[in-house]
Design a protein around this ligand. Structure first.
Ligand SMILES: Cc1cc2nc3c(=O)[nH]c(=O)nc-3n(C[C@H](O)[C@H](O)[C@H](O)COP(=O)(O)OP(=O)(O)OC[C@H]3O[C@@H](n4cnc5c(N)ncnc54)[C@H](O)[C@@H]3O)c2cc1C
Length: 575
């Protein structure tokens, strides 16, 4: 059952598990654990319900779930010293389903070497790519796209699940842009049938978490069908402050407010933390689990000295390279197309609104014949975890709507993403208001190799659009700083390039790693490979904050896999 107000529940002390955060991973684990009718779960979510929320359902309206809405935590980073002191958004889902209810719906698993590196780092062979395939597949049902077009050759069925709760598909509405992208492919930018094959190098058809033209989230996929389970209570509007060991040794109690009223809930077996990459450290630190010196300075009693809490924050820097096009449409035309698309979606769940931003995406490596790349590799060695792992993602998109030409509006975006950042940021408490929003520092370009990779990512985007067909499509860049880079291309000076990069870098929305896994017994890290928080009993972290390195892609596929795996581990440990 879903509860808005918990005062009608007589006791909150009778649950086997209390899960903090009804986001992507929290929803999956709550659903899997309560498959056993003898296991009871209380799922505490700070936000409200996803049900009936139109903006969360229509893939084309994803931008309406952004900062400033009730679905978002509306966090912002601290000023970024390497980005001209700009602050950068830090959005996260504040609703059942968490960020899976508001995300861009891209589904990409990354490369096999990403997960093999996790296994090497943690000493747990269970994290090897080959071992994880059953968990990727268990979460997934690959379904037909909204327009039911023939998708043979657009993905590899042998890599995908067909029985899992989460719907995944390729784009269900074709755009002229698709032909422009696919027509560009060559030896440098080859075609890849399915980038989930562990060696994601090339341009392919974007896979997205959409079914029947509608967003598939952890809440729609893993919770909606099971709300009648008597062993699953879901409490909305429930903001968790901290966790406590009520008897002094084992964490068993969660303190939270429900509609402003202070409450405690107790877990008989375990407390599972799934509040996401920004709020896991916030809750741990407020509970006295973190760097003892920093906690003492804020008068927070130390429960466990765990210096790595909040310290491995990883985000992939991204730049939206933006051009006007030679195929503009008027605002009136764009608005008419938009209205038409909404009506079509309302009536048939088809049309432009079923599209999660773009139908194609590319993963590539740095150009090793460039002397700058040679020097970079000589200084740092191979930066990706393996030879078939990409360094760079290129993401082509058209903005808004266009009824006639089917190119959207006047602007084209080609995102350049550094997939392999070495900079590590942090989540800390605000010393003036420790229970207020956390201080989020991405520390972009703190590691010097990251800006060098970003230079290559921008050059790669310019190489992609350098052909006659693209030059015919593109007008001038929107930013004068990009125009300066384009003017100097291909021999762009470092000054011109870095001026553009520092002014234009933002997030990929892919923050991970703030409570990293490490080998059992290691002094660094926050959780053991089996998800237990080091040095305390009764508490596991079960979400995307445990990733030691981000996968080279978008992280939600990995988050679903992690949740499926931890659910099995918890079941086995406590059977
Ligand atoms: C705007 C956006 C776009 C994205 N696009 C993509 C994409 O296209 N593809 C992709 O692969 N990934 C994408 N991601 C990332 C992906 O959605 C996340 O990596 C994934 O959801 C992480 O899952 P999680 O369970 O760790 O955290 P979340 O899904 O964020 O869940 C955390 C949950 O905990 C709740 N919570 C937090 N603090 C508290 C508290 N104190 N008390 C109670 N509840 C609390 C939150 O409200 C939330 O429901 C995107 C993310 C965002 C924000």
């Amino acid at each position: 059952r879903i509860y808005e107000d918990l005062r009608i529940i007589p006791s909150l002390n009778n649950y086997d598990y209390v899960i903090i955060g009804g986001g992507l991973t929290g929803s999956v684990v709550a659903s899997r654990l309560t498959e056993n009718s003898n296991t009871s779960v209380l799922l505490l979510e700070a936000g409200g319900s996803h049900q009936g929320a139109y903006y969360l359902e229509v893939p084309g309206l994803q931008s309406f779930t952004g900062p400033g809405t009730v679905y978002n935590w509306n966090y912002t980073s601290v000023p970024q010293i390497n980005l001209l002191n700009n602050t950068i958004p830090a959005p996260r889902g504040h609703v059942l389903g968490g960020s899976s209810s508001i995300n861009g719906m891209w589904y990409t698993r990354g490369s096999s070497a990403d997960y093999d590196r996790w296994a090497n780092i943690t000493g747990d062979q269970g994290w090897l790519w080959d071992e994880l395939q059953n968990y990727f597949e268990k979460s997934e049902s690959f379904v037909s796209p909204a327009d039911n077009h023939n998708i043979s050759g657009q993905y590899d069925p042998s890599l995908h699940g067909t029985q899992g709760p989460l719907k995944v598909t390729v784009g269900g509405y074709s755009q002229s842009l698709d032909q422009l992208v696919m027509g560009r492919l060559d030896k440098q930018f080859p075609f890849i049938e399915d980038y989930d094959n562990g060696k994601p190098l090339g341009f392919g058809w974007t896979q997205t978490t959409i079914g029947n033209g509608t967003r598939s989230s952890a809440a729609t996929a893993y919770l909606d069908k099971y709300l009648n389970r008597t062993n699953l209570d879901i409490a909305l509007n429930s903001l968790v402050a901290r966790v406590i060991a009520s008897n002094g040794s084992r964490i068993d109690t969660v303190t939270f407010t429900n509609n402003g009223l202070l409450m405690n809930a107790t877990a008989r077996v375990e407390v599972l933390l799934a509040a996401g990459v920004f709020n896991d450290p916030h809750i741990l630190l407020n509970s006295g689990i973190g760097n003892a010196t920093e906690l003492s300075a804020m008068n927070i009693p130390v429960v466990n000295n765990l210096p790595s809490v909040g310290k491995n924050l990883t985000e992939q820097p991204a730049i939206s390279n933006l051009w006007n096009t030679t195929n503009p449409v008027t605002t009136v035309e764009a608005e008419a197309a938009y209205e038409q698309a909404l009506t079509q979606w309302n009536n048939t769940r088809t049309g432009r609104m079923v599209l999660a931003i773009s139908n194609t995406v590319g993963f590539t490596r740095m150009n090793t014949s460039d002397p700058d790349v040679e020097a970079l590799v000589e200084q740092y060695g191979e930066l990706a975890p393996g030879p078939a792992s990409p360094h760079i993602e290129l993401l082509p998109t058209v903005n808004a709507f266009d009824a006639e030409a089917n190119f959207a509006n006047a602007q084209f975006v080609l995102d350049s993403v550094n997939l392999i950042p070495y900079s590590r940021g942090s989540i800390t408490l605000d010393p003036i208001n420790p229970s207020g929003p956390p201080l989020i520092d991405y520390n972009f370009y703190g590691a010097p190799q990251d800006i060098q990779v970003m230079r290559q990512a921008v050059l790669s985007a310019l190489a992609f659009v350098s052909t006659p067909a693209w030059q015919e499509f593109l007008a001038e860049p929107v930013s004068p700083l990009l125009a300066a880079v384009v003017n100097e291309y291909p021999n762009v000076s470092t000054t011109t390039m870095d001026t553009y990069i520092r002014a234009s870098t933002s997030i990929s929305f892919h923050a991970t790693g703030s409570c990293s896994m490490s080998p059992e017994g290691a002094e660094w890290g926050v959780v053991d490979p089996d998800f237990h928080v080091k040095g305390v009993q009764g508490l596991r972290i079960i979400d995307a904050s445990i990733m030691p390195f981000a996968p080279a892609g978008h992280p939600q596929a990995a988050a679903y896999m992690i949740a499926e795996r931890v659910a099995d581990i918890i079941k086995a440990d406590n059977s």
